[in-house]
Ligand binder design. Structure first.
Ligand code: B12
Length: 1006
């Protein structure tokens, strides 16, 4: 709302999917009214989640329009945009033209008036001390992030300062529109002391807006102390900012080309400060030296002894509390106090912190994805060479046998010896392996233990069928080809599966669930697993928890408490959530879909498991354990718990959006978790679920899903290696998660993922067999489910589940048919479970565990998808690896393009969707009759009270615990180890906010 008023917008458009829309939209309308901004039109949508009757209610309350999916289908994106535009234009026509006033509450509107050329009233005397800092630089140099970092420091040190920020973006000549996206990168502006406004350049011939001179004059006269003007990206010879600023800052990166280019940059001559931003990039130190040289020349400071004293700074905004930024800030501050003695005085000091200057990846590892692609290609090239040799050797051997020619035998023998040792080993082993698979039982070893798996099952017609069918291969090149690219399940490169056979008593079922208070979800978990020996729980958290907050009566939080996920704020909540499940039982495994606050929630979970064991001890022994026993119990519990925490922060930035901490800090915490796992020998719990699901659901096609996800996986590998962890110590703790839709490529997603991972882990990272095995969970695609003709959704899910099971996924969630509208009911979940069970228990060919192996079409698809993935790795690598590409928004924009492509085809009908854009029912469907799962007011209020009780109970200890946590973070200690303690006395929200202070909030690139 603050943004809307400051920007003087005509409309606000909101997508709301995660519940609480009834409260949230009304809250917004109320707020607009209260701030005399009812002219701002509000639009919304949220797929099938907002029901037609709720749409009516919200529109009656003042929302201009809520777009339901069927309207989206009819109008298309452009149609919806047109409607919103027209409504805004009409509302504007009805308004009085804006005029200029000095009222703070009207400032946004006054700026519009100036932009529109309104008459300027006589200025009151401007404040003498007000200072204008002009910030300019090349496009993409990170000006807005740097401004945000500077503002953060000013706000921290100057209690009563008032800051105005004007950010200029190019106005498109064709449409007259401007993106005005700088605001989204600024976290610190959400403060009453800051006014921020984006301005289009509006036909100005320079990098500053036409109206900026007047705006600056007016701002000096208004109540601002510091006025920051940020220009649009500039070329070499541009320096217009100096016309409006008292001090100017030029922001560049090391990316300026040859050093002679520096000669052409006017701002090196004019700027008071130069920041070489993104200083973590390769070549930044050299760039700084070159810029110092140029500065010396252009400022004729040939005699200056120390070029380090020039106002040229290396800055990094992706690092919280970066010392380079602080140095720049101090230099600006010094200049301000010299130029403006009357400028407000700082009241406290911003500490530069003691955080080590950790680079996420060392500069010489930037091209890791090129190496990854190369190692797969190299593997295949060598294999094909060996196959050719093997073919000749085999033909010669056969010919020698047939002719009994001694010389031929010799040639055949020497040809055979030309094969590598490993190729010969494969050939020599194959016959035995093939024979093993003809027997009734196949034996193999798991962690040193021999297992005998039944190989045969009988069909109703009485045929003895094999669970895993080994191909009959004669020629050696065929053996090498099969074993090199495919192989039987459980054998390198694990294309057809990582285990020789599926576990007998553990089906891959794992259903995602969570709603309301912890006790309600606990009941749902018991219901879901009541018939299963293996308790495989999968936890969905509500969005309040996903964003690291405690339940609260704040209207933007209140409606979401316990909606479409369980509400968890404390360790006590966590204990209730898993009550009645033995978390140390090897048949229990718990997965948790949580990312931003994952370290905190994971610490709560592990503590829950430990407390369970302590309780068991007490009941059995009738006493409390002593310290030694307690410690032993803790260690043993940690080694026994099974499950997965999602905790994948890279795909959050790319697709899901529940990032809360700065990416660098979030990555550090992921590394801390893994280090803690290694130290405590936690081997049965996955420290991360590297997720493509969200990437696919945000609209990416299956190839992009797979490529981005694997690339993210290799990034974690590189980061953990850079921190000094050993590959075999952490790779087994990694797991993957994909979405399965209906496109053909989904049939091979597991095959391709497993093959690439195995080859790269073995050949590039030298990992052992356990590290080479990629395990993954599949969820059928939520996005392929529609609110129209909902019953048809089960058919889509069935096909996707079958595809996943044929591809040998390690666990599976099947969506319920009503998923497009609401949290599934018990009845719809029962049907979703039945889908899996019917495939596993009734469907004959799914009992053959490599049923599709050997299909020419599958092999071709595997190769095509694999090659497309490798090419994508190279594209990401060219952008500086996953993190470099993220900075350029490469992943997000690719996902968005693919999403738009799909939506367009859906809208035009080129992509047929039964019951949605073809084969439509006669007459309207009655959506109202569907049972909805929603929390109620009583439950939400109780959650707020629970959190308050917890705070009160631990009031004495929590402040100290948070202080310790902050200290550990600032001193670069293991934050996760400390969180294991903090969660005993502090709530989720308390911890999140404490960590913001020492790790920084997430900043979105745009
Ligand atoms: C894609 C998706 C995701 C993706 C989102 C990726 C992304 N970046 O976009 C991922 C996997 C990350 C995700 C996560 C979650 N999701 Co989700 N998700 C969906 C899903 C499958 C599709 C929604 C979608 O984008 N559809 C495509 C759009 C283009 O079409 P549409 O929704 O029909 O909307 C049309 C119109 O309404 C209109 N429209 C929509 N919004 C607006 C806005 C304006 C201004 C205008 C003009 C028009 C307009 O345009 C569209 C075109 O016709 C729905 C289920 C479903 N099938 O609808 C669940 C769903 C929305 N998710 C749900 C849930 C619960 C979650 C999680 C909270 C799960 C959890 N506990 O972890 C998280 C929350 C993550 C977060 N960031 O907060 C629930 C919400 C249930 C409820 N409220 O009762 C749903 C309904 C599924 C379910 N039943 O469980 N989700």
């Amino acid at each position: 709302m603050r943004a809307a008023i400051q920007e003087d917008v005509d409309g606000i458009a909101i997508s709301s999917y995660q519940g609480g829309h009834n409260e949230y939209f009304k809250f917004l309308i109320d707020l607009l009214k209260k701030n005399k901004a009812s002219h701002i039109q509000v639009f919304g949508g949220g797929g099938g989640v907002i029901l037609p009757r709720e749409k009516q209610e919200l529109e009656n309350y003042g929302v201009n329009h809520i777009f339901l999916p069927d309207e989206g289908m009819k109008l298309g994106l452009e149609g919806m945009i047109r409607m919103m535009r027209e409504a805004c234009e009409e509302a504007r026509r009805k308004r009085k033209a804006a005029s200029v006033s000095f009222e703070a509450s009207d400032w946004g509107r006054s700026l519009t008036a100036i932009e529109m050329g309104a008459a300027i009233p006589k200025l009151p005397r401007s404040k003498k001390h007000a200072l204008v800092l002009g910030v300019t630089g090349t496009g993409g140099a990170g000006k807005s992030s740097l401004v945000d970092e500077l503002v953060l420091r000013f706000l921290h040190e100057y209690k009563d300062i008032r800051i105005a920020i004007y950010s200029i973006d190019p106005t498109k000549r064709k449409t007259g529109g401007a993106l005005l996206g700088d605001r989204i990168r600024m976290n610190s502006i959400d403060d009453d002391r800051v006014f921020m406004r984006s301005l289009g350049s509006r036909g100005s011939d320079t990098e500053i807006a036409r109206s900026i001179h007047q705006i600056v004059d007016l701002s000096r006269a208004a109540d601002f102390d510091l006025i920051i003007v940020e220009t649009l990206g500039i070329g070499q010879g541009s320096s217009a900012i100096t016309e409006v600023s008292d001090l100017s800052l030029y922001v560049m990166t090391s990316d300026y080309g040859a050093s002679s280019q520096l000669e052409k940059i006017d701002m090196i001559d004019f700027a008071d400060f130069i920041a070489i931003n993104k200083y973590e990039r390769r070549g930044s130190e050299d760039a700084r030296r070159e810029v110092q040289k140029q500065y010396r020349r252009s400022h004729k400071q040939f005699d200056a002894k120390d070029s380090e004293k020039f106002p040229i700074f290396g800055t990094r905004c992706n690092i919280f509390n970066d010392s380079g930024v602080t140095e720049l800030y101090r230099a600006i501050q010094d200049e301000i106090s010299q130029k403006r003695p009357k400028f407000p005085k700082p009241s406290q000091k911003f500490s530069a912190g003691t955080q080590e200057e950790n680079l996420i990846l060392p500069p010489d590892r930037v091209f890791y994805l090129t190496e990854v692609a190369k190692s797969v290609r190299e593997y295949k090239r060598k294999l094909s060479e060996e196959e050719n040799k093997a073919k000749d050797a085999y033909i010669l051997r056969k010919a020698a046998e047939l002719t009994d020619e001694a010389s031929l035998k010799k040639v055949a023998e020497s040809k055979y010896l030309e094969l590598s040792d490993s190729s010969r080993a494969v050939i020599e082993k194959w016959k035995g392996l093939f024979e093993d698979y003809q027997k009734e039982k196949v034996s193999y070893r798991v962690r040193g233990k021999e297992i005998k798996a039944p190989q045969l099952f009988e069909s109703l017609s009485g045929l003895p069928l094999k669970r895993v069918v080994a191909p009959k291969l004669e020629s050696w090149d065929d053996v090498l080809h099969f074993c090199g690219l495919e192989n039987l399940p459980g054998h390198f490169p694990f294309t057809s599966g990582i285990y020789p056979f599926k576990r007998d008593k553990e089906d891959p079922r794992r259903q995602f669930a969570g709603e309301g208070a912890p006790s309600r979800t606990n009941e749902r978990f018991h219901y879901l697993t009541r018939n299963d020996q293996a308790k495989r729980l999968s936890t969905a958290f509500d969005s309040v928890t996903l964003y690291g907050e405690d339940p609260d009566s704040r209207p933007d939080i209140y409606g979401k408490v316990g909606e479409s996920g369980v509400s968890i704020a404390t360790l006590e909540d966590m204990e209730i959530l898993y009550r009645g499940f033995d978390l140390c039982d090897p048949k229990t495994s718990v997965s948790m879909t949580i990312n931003g606050p994952a370290p905190i929630i994971l610490a709560m979970f592990l503590n829950t498991a430990i407390r369970q064991q302590l309780r068991v001890f007490k009941e059995k022994e009738g006493r409390e354990p002593n310290e030694k026993e307690r410690q032993e119990m803790k260690d043993q519990t940690l080694q026994r718990v099974r499950g997965t925490v999602q905790a994948d922060i890279l795909k959050e930035d790319q697709a899901q959006n529940t990032c809360i901490f700065s990416t660098e800090f979030a990555l550090k915490m992921m590394g801390d978790i893994q280090e803690y796992f290694i130290e405590k020998n936690i081997r049965n719990y996955y420290s991360v679920s590297i997720s493509g699901y969200h990437i696919a659901e945000a609209g990416a096609n299956p190839i992009t899903q797979l490529a981005f996800t694997l690339a993210n996986g290799f990034t974690f590998v590189e980061y953990y290696l850079a921190r000094g962890m050993k590959i075999d110590d952490f790779a087994p703790n990694l797991s993957f998660f994909f979405s399965n839709g209906l496109d053909p490529e989904y049939s091979v997603i597991g095959r391709v993922a497993r093959r690439i991972w195995a080859i790269v882990m073995r050949d590039l990272y030298l990992g052992n067999e356990r590290s080479q095995k990629l395990k993954y969970h599949i969820q059928t695609s939520g996005r392929s489910l529609h609110s129209a003709e909902m019953e048809f959704n089960d058919i889509r899910t069935t096909l996707q589940a079958l595809t996943a099971i044929y591809d040998n996924c390690n666990s599976l969630h099947t969506n319920a048919y009503d998923e497009a509208i609401t949290t599934p009911t018990e009845q719809s979940v029962r049907r979703a479970m039945a889908i899996q069970m019917i495939i596993e228990k009734e469907f004959g060919t799914a009992k053959i565990q490599n049923f599709l192996q050997g299909s020419y079409a599958m092999e071709e698809l595997t190769n095509l998808v694999e090659e497309a993935v490798l090419s994508e790795f190279e594209r990401i690598s060219n952008r500086g690896g996953v993190l470099g590409a993220m900075e350029m928004q490469y992943q997000r924009s690719k996902i968005q393009e693919e999403s738009l492509y799909y939506e367009r085809l859906k809208h035009s009908g080129e992509l047929p969707i039964v019951g949605v854009n073809m084969y439509l029912p006669d007459g309207e469907e009655d959506v109202k009759s569907i049972p909805l799962t929603r929390t109620n007011q009583k439950e939400r209020d109780a959650r707020i009270e629970d959190a308050k009780d917890f705070w009160k109970l631990h009031q004495k200890d929590s402040a100290k615990a948070l202080e310790r946590l902050r200290d550990v973070a600032l001193n670069n200690g293991n934050i996760f180890a400390e969180l294991m303690e903090s969660v005993k006395t502090c709530s989720l929200g308390q911890i999140t906010h404490a960590l913001y202070e020492v790790g920084g909030r997430y900043r979105r690139n745009m």
